[in-house]
Design a protein. Structure first.
Length: 77
């Protein structure tokens, strides 16, 4: 019974400290907001660059597929 009470006490103590830790307010300044906006702009530009590179790669792969299909048709036909 004592072990059960001890475990319950430890668990309630852990829960109390967890709840207290979640109530602390973290200041969010305008500098933080501006930093997030700049970060989003950078991520968006990188995403656009990557999409453009992938489109070029897909075009090259499609050209190779078309060429191989033509070669295969010449070989079979």
């Amino acid at each position: 019974m004592r072990k059960l009470l001890f475990i319950f006490f430890c668990f309630s103590l852990l829960c109390a400290t967890e709840i207290k830790g979640q109530t602390n307010n973290v200041p969010f300044t305008l500098d933080d907001r501006d930093r997030i906006i700049r970060l989003e702009e950078k991520v968006e530009s990188l995403r656009n660059e990557m999409n453009a590179k992938f489109e070029v790669q897909n075009d090259k792969i499609n050209e190779i597929k078309t060429f191989l299909f033509c070669v295969l048709n010449l070989y079979v036909g």
